[in-house]
Write a protein that binds this ligand. Structure first.
Ligand code: B12
Ligand code: SF4
Length: 530
């Protein structure tokens, strides 16, 4: 049976306003679109965070044989809306779900209308599944690793998920971003280097998704990084959850970036203690290299907490003083530090305030997320067992974006925790701090361009070179201002949003019901407020 070769891949947008709403980038869909195109299909990728809400071209999707949806937990409700619309315009399409949420909680994806769920990495398995669905191959569904599908009598499951090897990752094609609908809306290019993380943090889903940490060859990553620069992306996000996990390899990679002439903004994720050498002293050479590698290097660091007891609870294997030393050294050497903190359910008012003070002292931009029970992790199982989940219906999963309290706090009412954390955000993203960053930028922050940036400038001539030279300097000087100002704008928009007011009301009802109705069980309490 040949049911056509048109395939749509859709990544539903973020559920609401949050501090990263301005980051317009996709996750795995552009690469999946590339391999599906290479397998001979007519494919389009729709990423709402790039092209905007309601930007899916339904006229095109109406004739698609298969529609794939990429999910994370907080985008599941929006995915459900899109599936419902799809069913009204194209009832015959086969709906395939994949991505982190579907991999770790496939049952919820079936609840949202999936015909199949394809768990794990799908660059090899999706083309195989499409061949079976479209009749190009005579294979059987059970032969596709990671596949679950609706069958008579329930959900059937095929072979177990298989993670790709380094050689298989190297053999994947370079991502073709032209397959993204309205790709010009993307503000950041994502270039991946590693899949998985050697870390074992209990709250994190990465090790459920990628049990082994596999790095592809630098050559492939560098090719994509340089292609992103020549395609005009001013910022690249290096997808590598713990980039300095192997420091010698990362140093080699950074040196190659300089050699190739990378010159724009580079965002990396790294543990703070990578700033130290194995003898415990600061690794000044490494920090210098990080700065050299881009016009502006942004280091995202999972600080989590300024309280050692919390760090121990999370298995971070470090302490707040050591982290502070590392962050201070990074900033002194001109790096931008995006500090990522977590509000845990047993935090006290003092802990929250201490995190705020620590953030204002040591980081350039702040992400202070509420712990969110992502499916598949050990901490989520514990939260489920002790009845801490305030919201569990698919509709409410939009609140699982880290900007909303979704676990019942132990030491204060849920609304208070929400308000207190948001207060720390407001203090961080204050007008005074913008002015102070601007003054520091104008008078204290400057750099000499390095080999990579100079090579980049040499490629352009005349007035364009001068403009670019000025731009690189201004970006460096005022990037902290831009970061704080953007965070402030995001925060203000979120606080003014009607949806946020509605959430606060729902939160106080849900939390009161959970508190007062402990005996009857958490779920009946929650349904009472619905
Ligand atoms: C880049 C990134 C971001 C970016 C942009 C994200 C975006 N557009 O949503 C920013 C910084 C903005 C961000 C924000 C957040 N993120 Co984020 N992010 C990532 C990160 C680091 C990389 C994603 C990526 O590109 N991976 C590489 C690609 C190749 O992998 P992939 O997307 O998983 O795709 C593969 C498979 O999943 C599968 N697949 C994917 N889609 C589909 C579709 C179909 C049809 C099929 C068959 C298969 C399939 O095949 C792909 C190729 O092998 C991941 C961690 C990670 N290492 O993956 C976290 C991650 C995706 N983020 C996560 C979360 C929770 C968030 C936030 C809520 C904040 C937070 N609490 O940390 C926000 C919410 C964002 C939103 N959209 O609302 C979680 C998601 C877990 C979950 N169940 O929800 C992850 C897994 C990290 C974690 N610690 O657990 N994030
Ligand atoms: S270091 Fe980061 S990516 Fe790795 S397990 Fe811990 S939180 Fe997850």
């Amino acid at each position: 049976m040949d049911v056509g070769t048109r395939i749509a891949l859709i990544e539903a947008g973020s559920p609401g306003l949050n501090i990263y709403s301005h980051v317009a980038m996709g996750r795995g869909v552009p690469l999946l679109a590339t391999v599906v195109r290479d397998a001979g299909y007519d494919v389009r990728a729709y990423i709402e965070d790039i092209s905007g809400k309601d930007s899916v071209d339904w006229e095109w999707v109406r004739t698609a044989a298969v529609v794939g949806f990429s999910t994370i937990t907080c985008t599941l409700p929006r995915t459900l809306e899109l599936v419902e619309h799809l069913r009204s315009v194209n009832p015959g399409a086969v709906v395939v779900f994949g991505g982190p949420e579907s991999t770790c909680h496939p049952a919820r994806s079936f609840e949202c209308g999936a015909d199949c769920v394809l768990k794990g990495e799908a660059e090899h398995t999706l083309p195989r599944l499409l061949d079976i669905i479209t009749g190009r191959s005579a294979g059987r569904l059970g032969e596709v690793p990671g596949l679950m599908w609706r069958a008579e009598g329930g959900i059937a499951e095929g072979l177990p998920v298989r993670q790709l090897t380094a050689a298989e990752l190297d053999a994947l094609p370079p991502v073709d971003r032209t397959l993204i609908h309205s790709a010009e809306g993307a503000s950041v290019a994502s270039v991946w280097r590693t899949r998985g993380c050697p870390g074992k943090c209990d709250f994190c889903e990465v090790r459920e998704l990628y049990p082994r940490c596999v790095r592809r060859s630098d050559e492939r990553t560098l090719e994509e990084l340089m292609a992103a620069q020549s395609d005009g992306y001013a910022t690249t996000f290096l997808i590598d959850d713990n980039a300095a996990a192997s420091k010698p390899a990362f140093v080699k990679f950074l040196e190659s970036i300089v050699d190739r002439g990378y010159a724009r903004m580079l965002v990396i994720q790294m543990r703070a203690d990578a700033a130290f050498r194995s003898d415990g002293r600061l690794d000044r050479e490494f920090l210098r290299l990080l700065k050299k590698a881009a016009a502006v290097t942004v280091v995202c660091v999972g600080v989590e907490s300024a309280t050692d007891a919390n760090l121990e609870e999370l298995g971070k294997q470090t302490d707040a003083n050591r982290t502070a030393r590392a962050l201070k050294a990074m900033r002194r050497r001109g790096l931008l530090v995006h500090g990522m903190f977590i509000a845990l359910k047993n935090d006290t008012c003092e802990v929250i305030a201490r995190n705020g003070v620590y953030a204002r002292r040591y980081v350039t931009s702040l992400q202070y997320l509420f712990e969110t029970p992502l499916p598949g992790t050990r901490r989520t199982r514990e939260h489920e067992a002790d009845g801490s989940l305030l919201f569990t219906s698919v509709r409410d999963l939009r609140l699982y974006d880290g900007m909303h309290v979704v676990l019942q706090p132990l030491k204060m009412p849920a609304e208070e925790m929400q308000v207190r954390v948001l207060r720390e955000y407001r203090k961080f993203y204050s007008a005074v701090r913008i002015v102070s960053a601007a003054l520091r930028g104008a008078f204290l922050r400057f750099r000499l361009l390095d080999r990579g940036q100079r090579a980049y400038l040499r490629q352009v001539r005349g007035i364009r070179r001068l403009r670019l030279w000025l731009r690189l300097h201004f970006e460096y000087k005022f990037a902290p201002v831009a970061f704080i100002a953007t965070g402030r704008a995001r925060l203000k928009a979120m606080l003014r949003d009607a949806e946020y007011a509605a959430y606060l009301e729902l939160l106080s009802k849900s939390s009161a019901a959970l508190r007062s109705d402990g005996d009857q069980g958490a779920s009946s309490a929650r349904s009472a407020v619905r």
